[in-house]
Design a protein around this ligand. Structure first.
Ligand code: ADP
Ligand code: ZN
Ligand code: ZN
Length: 720
């Protein structure tokens, strides 16, 4: 709902109805949760519906109420969606009448149970394929969450159920074990002592202290992994605490940084709360209460922790500030980095953005502090670039295969990063793993849909998509991305001695999944951690002596204005993952465009040179931070309606705001049967653009609805 509704305040509710209070609003026959944003004098109260009640519990703090309303304006987002970000836990649940005639919120129950497969007695019977599933389960201790078994054994739930009926295995519901990350409070750990800071670290902490005292704006802390950024954060948090103020620490993905929580607790004690999407409602409510009441004065979490109700906020830290996950990919499309800046400004707090590979806008606009060396004195690893045009077919080059063999022989581990490449999809048998290959080139054929066929992107060979698998005759041919799955098949063939742990969006979702995968990888013996960007993020893994990117220049295939920096930061971040603690390491970067600037400079860790060039390029093209962008995607089922609506919006914005450059409407790929067109708006200041756009959209609202067309607005888009 994008509107603010007026209600009358019955006398008996009186003072409870103040801005920020949660109230019960009659809406037709329903009772819905509302947030009071303002109280006005009772002018036309006689004609208004009265509120039905006030919800028990503390109101939303004024600071967060203001922040939510600012977000709604800045991002052109529905007020309700923004208010939802600052609601206490349970805000998504339902209203309940209490015994004494009041109201409270019932949080939705969490799915805490999961299906676990256990090896049964009949395990040796059945088809070879089912035997293979049972063997896999046996190798992994005889019990595994069913979803995980499906993944590791490349099978389906249907197969597991059938095996369950045969008695080959048993499927049981079990409650998920508590996750180490989610046990709030816990045992007080031994206090770590702080090291003596280097002069560079001290300069950074002094600047943060000054900003906290109201003297200085946001800061950029630039340093490679291991250069001592976290020690600066810890010192700054302790400084905030000494002056009675709280801190928020944002990380891209909390499950990937368990050791950061450990370090925070080891240094700061148990007054550290975590803000985690996988918390159960009860855990979340407990953490929320600890924070609101000041019992915990440090909050660690992903994006949404920027809304934590920390009283007397003194410091916000945004670690790995270059990470795209800080931008929410759904309503409200807020950027936690931007929200952090705004919240810190209003609270008189300091904000620190940390990264080894900052975004050009941060590099240009913020006061910069660099930590030039790793604290343990270790050198950055040498990066080898492999020109894939000179290699055979297949995603794994000879130098990489050799490096992996050597690591396997020494019992060491490797990280292999496989970004998704373009839109290539291959035909794969879910039953046996067979992949359709070109008879001439031995590369996976790419599946096309219109007309439906398989094609080789090397030589142009074409053939029909088979109905059943030529290898095992199963009718389970699926279209599969050539991303990490394709690479996994090659690695299994080339280095069978290495255990492969795959970590990507699908395998790493769900409570505790990432922690389990990391544990599995850390088990003794040679292993490969294979996955998308995730594997290059902040965790600190021992024994990793090879770090490789199979398609380091994949981001360059996209036309977006951040493609270069994505490719660059991937390479630099990956290099930072290997060879810590002085172990010799090899970093191998495979590229189809090895001479690309991002690849060359990334391999040399030439951050300053790269970013200086990017800032120049952005200035020349008037891209952020030299302008603000807003993207409007118009979509609908009828191509004609989408074309007409997007053209009408474009000309209306041009008329309403001559200072705004309007690009497009440009056609986009169809998505789920809907035609899409995009407008890109560019203006020196965001408000010059969003103000007129808001007016235009509300004028066109009824017409868009009639035409069955939607317009989705993305302010400060990450891609264009
Ligand atoms: P980053 O956050 O940049 O990866 P850390 O703060 O984790 O770096 O530092 C890397 C390692 O160096 C850690 O073990 C840390 O305790 C240690 N370290 C950092 N700064 C110092 C210092 N000034 N003196 C001694 N050790 C330090
Ligand atoms: Zn071919
Ligand atoms: Zn098959």
């Amino acid at each position: 709902m994008d509107r603010i509704l007026d209600y009358a305040v019955p006398d008996d509710l009186g003072d409870g109805v103040a801005p920020g209070a949660l109230v019960v609003c009659p809406l037709g026959p329903r009772r819905v949760l509302g947030v009071v944003v303002d109280r006005a004098p009772p002018t036309h109260a006689g004609r208004l519906v009265p509120l039905a009640g006030v919800v028990a519990g503390p109101p939303i703090p004024a600071e967060l109420l203001d922040l939510a309303r600012w977000m709604a304006r800045y991002y052109l987002a529905p007020v309700a969606a923004c208010l939802r970000m600052v609601l206490p836990p349970g805000g998504g649940g339902s209203l309940r009448r209490t015994g004494d005639g009041g109201w409270d919120l019932v949080a939705p129950p969490a799915p805490r149970e999961r299906l676990v497969a256990r090896l049964g007695d009949g395990a040796r019977a059945g088809s070879p394929r089912r035997r293979a599933v049972a063997d896999e389960l046996g190798r992994r201790g005889g019990a595994l969450p069913a979803a995980e078994l499906c993944r590791v054994a490349a099978t389906t739930m249907a197969t597991l159920r059938a095996m369950g009926e045969e008695g080959a295995l048993e499927l049981v519901r079990e409650s998920a074990p508590p996750d180490a990350l989610t046990s709030a409070g816990g045992v007080a750990p031994a206090r770590d002592a702080a090291p003596v800071l280097t002069p560079e670290q001290s300069a950074a902490t002094a600047a943060i202290a000054a900003a906290m005292a109201g003297d200085g704006g946001p800061l950029l802390l630039h340093g490679v992994t291991g250069s001592g950024k976290t020690e600066v954060y810890l010192d700054a948090i302790e400084g905030a605490r000494r002056s009675g103020r709280g801190s928020i620490v944002l990380v891209p993905e909390i499950a990937l940084t368990p050791q950061l929580l450990g370090r925070l607790r080891a240094r700061l004690g148990t007054r550290v709360a975590i803000w985690h999407s996988a918390l159960t409602p009860a855990e979340r409510a407990a953490e929320h209460r600890r924070v609101r009441e000041g019992e915990a004065d440090v909050v660690l979490g992903a994006r949404s922790a920027v809304f934590a109700p920390v009283p007397r906020l003194g410091l916000i830290i945004v670690d790995e500030e270059h990470d795209p996950s800080y931008k929410q990919d759904g309503s409200p499309r807020y950027d936690a980095r931007q929200v952090a800046a705004r919240r810190a400004r209003d609270a008189g707090a300091a904000v620190v953005y940390g990264s080894a590979t900052p975004r050009p806008e941060a590099w240009h606009a913020l006061t910069r502090h660099s930590l030039p060396r790793r604290a343990d004195g270790s050198a950055l690893p040498t990066v080898e670039i492999v020109d894939m045009r000179l290699q055979g077919a297949g995603p794994v080059s000879r130098p990489l295969a050799r490096a992996l063999h050597e690591a396997a022989a020494r019992g060491e581990k490797a990280i292999v990063l496989a970004s998704r490449r373009g839109f290539s999809l291959m035909a794969l048998c879910r039953g046996c793993g067979w992949i359709a290959r070109c008879p001439d080139c031995d590369v996976a054929l790419v599946q096309h849909e219109r007309p439906r066929r398989l094609a080789c992107h090397h030589c142009g060979h074409e053939e029909p998509v088979p109905g059943v698998c030529p290898s095992c005759h199963a009718a389970e041919i699926a279209r599969q991305g050539t991303g990490s799955q394709g690479v996994e098949a090659s690695l299994r063939r080339l280095v069978p001695a290495m255990r492969i742990v795959r970590m990507d969006g699908s395998s790493a979702s769900g409570r505790g999944a990432v922690a389990r995968l990391l544990e599995e990888f850390a088990r003794p013996g040679p292993a490969i951690l294979l996955g998308t960007q995730m594997v290059a993020k902040g965790h600190d893994l021992p024994d990793v002596t090879v770090a490789a990117a199979v398609d380091a220049d994949a981001p360059l295939q996209f036309a977006g204005f951040r493609s270069e920096e994505r490719a660059f930061s991937l390479i630099v971040q990956l290099a930072g993952r290997a060879g810590r603690r002085g172990e010799p390491a090899r970093v191998i970067v495979q590229a189809y465009e090895p001479q690309a600037r991002a690849v060359q400079l990334g391999a040399r860790h030439a951050v300053e040179e790269f970013l200086a060039g990017e800032v120049d390029r952005r200035r020349a093209h008037l891209l952020p931070p030299f302008s603000h962008l807003t993207r409007v995607v118009v979509d609908g089922e009828s191509p004609e309606a989408v074309a007409a609506a997007s053209a009408a919006l474009a000309s209306a914005v041009r008329d309403a705001a001559p200072a705004v450059a309007v690009l497009g409407p440009a056609p986009l790929h169809r998505l789920r049967g809907r035609t899409r067109r995009a407008l890109l708006l560019q203006a020196p200041r965001a408000s010059e653009m969003t103000g007129p756009l808001r007016d235009v959209l509300s004028e066109h609202d009824a017409a868009l609805r009639r035409a069955g067309v939607r317009a989705v607005v993305d302010v400060d888009p990450q891609e264009t």
